[in-house]
Design a protein around this ligand. Structure first.
Ligand code: ZN
Ligand code: FE
Ligand code: FE
Ligand code: ZN
Length: 268
């Protein structure tokens, strides 16, 4: 059975997504989804960059936009309001107060930066040439654990995003992932099956089957997200996402409302 919910999609407010939120909702209905949640990039608190996140002044517009979609699709689709917030060490309290300004159904936490380096940004890709790949992977996983420990987020996004450009570690990272799983368990955070990796050079869902098995063994719950930045990607490759989740040992995924898990749905 395909997941009924897609919890990760963007709006043009972030500066690098296209299509009206209504078009995302229409695509969701077409794809047979019962609920969607918007999770556009929250204003970056470390520095402004209109090409990667909305500005703080746009937050009211974001919420207003989603309210309108919710009203319009009232009969056909449940529309949740989420947000994808960057984890930047040192900005935890500012992030907390930003997230407290509006009610959310869930908050997705993301690691897109190692210090100031946007390691998944195509424009900053050259930096990979001068970095030690294994160090990058260790730094990334350490930040992921810190992001869980900050207790700012309900769901962690694309938890092996570091593989996006297919630069691979040369040593076994299993111990890092096992440590992630322990920390996620302890902090009660949920992880995401994010199908957008299939549209990226790595051509793989986030996270990998190897990692997902370790997370499943610890009982870390999952959600599904397409990370759509254009309407046609809503719900994309969810068949492959289910296949992966089942192969890792998952039997169900969770549903959110008002920052709480409100139910589970079976994968088969
Ligand atoms: Zn984005
Ligand atoms: Fe992201
Ligand atoms: Fe995203
Ligand atoms: Zn994302």
């Amino acid at each position: 059975m395909l997941p009924v919910s897609d919890y990760h999609m963007h709006t043009p407010l972030c500066g690098h997504a296209s299509g009206a939120p209504q078009a995302y909702a229409r695509q969701a209905v077409k794809a047979g989804l019962a609920q969607i949640g918007f999770s556009d990039h929250a204003p970056l608190l470390s520095h402004k960059d209109p090409t990667i996140t909305m500005d703080r002044s746009q937050l009211p517009i974001y919420h207003h936009m989603i309210e309108r979609v919710r009203a319009e699709f009232n009969d056909t689709l449940k529309v949740l309001v989420g947000i994808e917030a960057d984890f930047i060490p040192g900005f935890e309290e500012q992030t907390r107060s930003l997230l407290a300004e509006y009610p959310y159904d869930y908050v997705i936490g993301s690691v897109h930066f190692i210090e100031k380096w946007g390691f998944d940004d195509p424009i900053q890709m050259k930096e990979w040439d001068i970095r030690d790949v294994n160090e990058v992977y260790r730094d990334y996983n350490r930040l992921l654990r810190q992001s869980a420990q900050a207790r700012l987020f309900d769901i962690l996004a694309h938890i092996d995003l570091v593989k996006k450009f297919d630069f691979r570690p040369t040593v076994d990272m299993t111990a890092e992932i096992e440590e992630n799983a322990r920390v996620f368990k302890k902090t009660g955070v949920v992880i995401e099956i994010n199908t957008s990796g299939l549209r990226k050079p790595v051509q793989e869902i986030y996270p990998s089957l190897h990692d997902l098995k370790l997370y499943c063994a610890q009982g870390i719950p999952i959600t599904f997200g397409s990370d759509a930045h254009r309407p046609e990607d809503v719900g994309s490759h969810f068949d492959k996402g289910v296949e992966l989740a089942l192969a890792a040992g998952y039997k169900e995924y969770v549903l959110f409302e008002k920052r709480k898990i409100v139910g589970t749905a079976a994968l088969i």
